[in-house]
Design a protein around this ligand. Sequence first.
Ligand code: IVH
Length: 679
Amino acid sequence: MSQQSDFSREHMLALIEKLNDYSYAYHVKDDPVVPDAVYDREYRALQAIEAAHPDWIEVDSPTQRVGEKPDNGFANVTHTVPMLSLDNAFDDESLNDFDQRIKKLLGKEDTITYCCEPKLDGLAISLRYEKGSLVRGVTRGDGLSGEDITSNIKTIHTVPMKLRTVSPPDVLEVRGEIYMPKEGFEKLNRQAAEQGEKTFVNPRNAAAGSLRQLDPKITAARPLVMCAYSIGYVEGWQQPSSHYEGLLQLNEWGFRTNDLMQKVEGAEGCIDYYEMLSNKREALSYDIDGIVYKVDTIALQNQLGFIARAPRWAIARKFPAQEEMTQVLEIDFQVGRTGAITPVARLEPVFVGGVTVSNATLHNKDEIARLGVQVKDFVVIRRAGDVIPQVVQVIKDKRPDNATPVVFPAVCPVCGSDVEQVEGEAVVRCTGGLVCGAQLKESLKHFVSRKAMDIDGLGDKLIEQLVDQSLVKTPVDIFCLSEKRDELLAMERMGQKSVDNLLASIEAAKQTQFNRFLYALGIREVGEATARALTNYFKDLDSLMAADTETLVEVEDVGPIVAQHVHIFFEQAANRATIAGLLDAGVVWQKQKSLDADALPLNGKTYVVTGTLSQFSRDQVKDKLQSLGAKVSGSVSAKTDCLVAGEKAGSKLAKAQALNVAVIDEAGVIALFEEHGAN
Ligand code: IVH
């Protein structure tokens, strides 16, 4: 009999076992054993048998994860053993105190072994198994009793419906955290935004919202994960003598456990673990808000017991909070280089994500509408890793009486020119161009910046003074400053020496490169990489300036929008005059050696550069890599081919290792340059 047409009960049981094995490998071990298509085919075969024999359906059949709504909502259930909370340690010192306290209480001099675990940022859950089968899943609630959310819990694939053992304990209560991985959270929010629905503030709230659904079908569609972190209660089984061993057993029985948990010796080991995990935090695929340290020996845990609502044998060390609440004092409007008018929230300063934040961009009109933010509102600010601070939520309940809606300016707040909003775009722009002081200042700052014309000594403050005093009205005027010595000497903090240095670096900057010059012009959407692609493609400035949009889109990474921006830029008389003026003033560059981008040795490869290098700056390495044809990106992803990691590489290195991306050090990159003659 062929497998497909075998409708026997034995075959059904075998299919269930096989599918549960696949699922365990995929969801718990992160190590799939068959392609998705095989799983799907066998799943359909099981569905067919169950449809023909509904009376055969087993509780641990994978088809039984999504059931019906509970009739009377979520019932309240008292926990067999209370679900405790944890005391907090905020620094190394309080961690040392914790270790000392434990030794004193135990009357021991020996080093204590701790189990260190990431503190997962989700919701605590207690799962009860009787004779190996899941009977109930209950939320933490107030620690003494919680809500019975079994129907929702069953939809989570990392929750085993049956323990993977032939001799399970009579009763087992497993405690753990339910959370939503970052990627799933972002996808869920993207979908919600597309459908005009409310988005979640963070993965924790999304996990909570998903578990609170009365309809398990909704929960089933949410990417939730359950990770076990302790045994709460057990009957009919001899627990291992260590917490760590207990977790390994849970993993064998079918629960996901955290692969970063580790046994360490003493407070010192705990502090080293903190260092290690702090560096990994950003690169993890899920949010953590700290570390939980637990005395590993169960007998010692029992000896220590608990006080009030927290065990004496465990402590949480929190990471700096990534979210905080503060008040919007004012909303200002900044005009950028391309005229984009950006609302910026001026905040009551707040310490978040390790720094004090007093401003946060509100991006544009749409974002203000999405958040519903008003001046004087209390808001949640999030700063994670190096990401710029974001306003993620308005706390509407706390809206003060003097709150006022945001009024978007009808004219440019700097030059008074009309503003425009292109249909389909969220950005409102000033139409003033270089007549607008703000656009002129920002364009000049960009023009002289390190990756553009690289004029040393021409800082933001000086540019602002030069524009305010009408000494510089276009980039060309910078190259005429040698005629304005007296005016320069009259400026703040400008002595003979600094004026000499400035004029010398302006002179030196005239010798540039085609790609730097193009980037310096500040054409919309033309960043460093696009400028390089364009100058690799076009032999000289004249042919680039003459190119139509059809030709421009032939350049790698140049789409119709960028092509349009480039074309319009070169069409404008004012821009052509500026370019002619710059060339007249003596700006020159050497013709490029290799014009054939395809022939470059690192063509098609994506590199990321991080950490501190001793022989080169990071920008020099990037320049060299790009000159060999590589793309240089700012962040590590699965698409990265190689990470160049200097000293103190931090989270990018951790992420590259997690993603199995090749990593080379400074010596490696020097060897690469030598190999391709780029030194
Ligand atoms: S152990 C008695 N381990 O942190 C032991 N808790 O206040 C109590 N949490 O909401 C918990 N990750 O859900 C423990 N690896 C971990 C944890 C963890 C996250 C949560 C827990 C509770 C809070 C403790």
